[in-house]
Design a protein around this ligand. Sequence first.
Ligand code: NVA
Length: 314
Amino acid sequence: MPGQPRHLLRDDDLSPAEQAEVLALAAAMKAAPFEHRPLAGPQTVAMVFDKPTLRTQTSFAAGVAELGGHPMLVDGALAGIGVREPVADVARILGRQASAIAWRTFRQADLEEMAEHAGVPVVNALTDDFHPCQLLADLMTVLEHKPQLAGLTVAFFGDGACNMGSSWLLAGATAGMHVRISAPEGFTPPEEVFVRAREIAAGTGGSATWVADPKEAAAGADVVVTDTWVSMGKEEEAAARTEVFSPYAVTQALFETAKPEAIAMHCLPAYRGKEIAAEVLDGIQSVVWDEAENRRHAQKAVLTWLLSQSAGER
Ligand code: NVA
């Protein structure tokens, strides 16, 4: 019988202490990229994609190679996950070939099912609901510019109902940050996520709030974040979304409402002139390229950590 490996399915799968441990490991791995080889063998990590990818595929592939392992790319459409065979069967198959699985897909419930049956650690490489790998990279990036995460104010603008809004709430609260989601009514994170974030924040000293007015949300923020208004799978709503989210665009004027030393973040891909002005994205206070690089270091750390936590369980 397979044991119960640890997974990263959503941001609150890591406790505050565990999140700090993974972030410290990520920084150590960035400082010495070729010195940690827990996948020597090489062990294989399956990377499964049902949605488009650039950063995730390349950062996982490069990261797994640096860990001494073999990145195995699986095309979700070709495999026909949930179509040719059930998710649970795919999980059992992949778990017999790979030491860990990273999956980008639509439904969080499918990812949970994969984790239940794989017998190896499963990492959320983005679902409709959460993007925890991006958040580890983002928190790592913030820490490269600020002395500590706890107590910082982060303001997220735009589609608060997308995966990044929810992940900022959970991961930010876990880190003890004050997370403001600035989004129009109807596009706020699910109530369940707010409730959970507030529960976590009660123990870390952080907070989780919806601030409808973007200027109010930006005021005094240490970190200004946005994301595309049209997440993968929402392409048909593009025109309507542009209209409803326009007041939440991160313009230079809005960015200047934040602290003078604030940093601008975006998980990319970015649409200059829509959710973020080119002068902010390409400006000196933007850390977006560091975020993209840090995906590799953060994912190496979380894979290493999950495998070490799961060792002996199988
Ligand atoms: N919210 C975006 C994130 C892209 C990395 C999406 O799901 O498309």
